[in-house]
Ligand binder design. Structure first.
Ligand SMILES: [Zn+2]
Ligand SMILES: [Zn+2]
Length: 349
């Protein structure tokens, strides 16, 4: 029987997010194997990410013992700005001991510090240089400053693959009966017919540019959301958001004969989930020719505000209410899976 290095109470073996961890019911501390931290909180808590950076200091102290192999745990101070946390690492098994709220604090600190180039955390790549600037100048699309992922975003890639395949079939059919058959038409839904088009219409697009916009935003925001939620929950988020967007659009659209296609409601839900899970991450954003960094939270709140204005003024071929419905649906969904101290999640509080 392993005992808590902090308070000697017996540790309980718990499986959370398919990770086995040792948890203390009394003090709320948890011991995670090297891979476990990334699985539970995402890559920001992984010592391989922060231990050799400028925000981490080896305090040269050993105060607890590893519950797995008995080695003395090394104490590191991780700090950035006003925030600081002391974390215990096992030099033998590379496991990490996290006291009750430390996982969340550590994640916040590393996430904040990684947006600052001087900390040596974020990897300078093509995004921060002239190629990234030119790409943004032409596309006006946002780029993330730093948000590493731990897994290949297979579900995101598969979703984009299906969208590309479906668009090719639409092209081959001249955007005729195939497109019509799978499009969302409010009058049909309101009379209880073809309810499945609420989901099938997500995969249809009006042309290459329409698809490129949706696929780009899905990839930029979706890879991290998938990494954190896992593929299955992420797909549920995607479809639930698409459904929420479709339903709100159907319920509010002035002309019920106009058909609706595109993944933007589902993508809006993924963006909302990003806002819930990674609010401190920064992005590079263009204002005409000037590139600046802002917190993604400001970008996404501006984006949804712009959609609300669009919905009020109306006009364009944009399904504004589908974006708003998808965003609200995604935010509510992701809130259930928000980052919380492990002891609260495990005790169900
Ligand atoms: Zn304890
Ligand atoms: Zn160990």
């Amino acid at each position: 029987m392993k005992s808590c290095p902090r308070c000697t109470y017996p540790l309980e073996e718990i499986t959370h997010k398919e990770v086995e961890l040792d948890h203390c019911r009394r003090c709320g501390g948890t011991f995670l194997e090297p891979e476990g931290g990334s699985e539970v909180f995402g890559p920001f808590v992984d010592p391989a990410v922060w231990a050799d950076s400028e925000i981490a200091t080896d305090l040269g102290r050993w105060q607890l013992n590893c519950p797995t192999d008995g080695s003395a745990l090394k104490v590191y101070r991780v700090e950035y700005g006003e925030d600081s946390v002391e974390v215990d690492l096992c030099p033998r098994c590379r496991g990490i001991w996290l006291d009750a709220d430390e996982g969340v604090t550590l994640r916040d600190i590393v996430m904040d510090a990684g947006q600052d180039e001087t900390t040596g955390l974020s990897v300078k790549d093509v995004r921060s240089g002239p190629v990234g600037y030119i790409f943004q100048l032409i596309s006006q699309f946002p780029l993330e400053v730093w948000n590493p992922i731990h897994h290949r975003p297979r579900a995101t890639i598969a979703l984009i693959g299906v969208m590309v395949g479906v668009l090719m079939i639409q092209f081959a059919g001249g955007f005729g009966s195939f497109t019509d058959q799978f499009s969302l038409v409010p009058s049909q839904i309101l009379s209880g017919r073809s309810l499945w088009t609420l989901l099938s219409s997500i995969f249809l697009h009006a042309g290459i540019l329409h698809l490129v916009g949706n696929a780009y935003f899905l990839y930029v925001f979706g890879d991290n959301v998938e990494d954190y939620l896992g593929g299955r929950v992420y797909l549920a988020l995607f479809f639930a958001s698409g459904l929420a967007g479709g339903v709100l659009q159907v319920a509010t659209q002035g002309d019920p004969q106009i058909s609706i296609i595109g993944a933007s409601g589902a993508v809006a839900g993924v963006m909302a989930a990003y806002l819930v899970i990674f609010p401190r991450v920064k992005i590079y954003q263009m204002f005409r020719i000037i590139r600046f960094r802002i917190r993604v939270a400001w970008f996404l709140l501006f984006w949804i505000g712009w959609n609300i204005v669009g919905a009020i003024i109306g006009g364009g071929d944009v399904a504004w209410m589908a974006h708003i419905g998808g965003f609200l649906g995604g935010a509510l969904f992701a809130y259930q899976f928000r980052v919380r101290p492990l002891h609260r999640v495990l005790s169900g509080a």
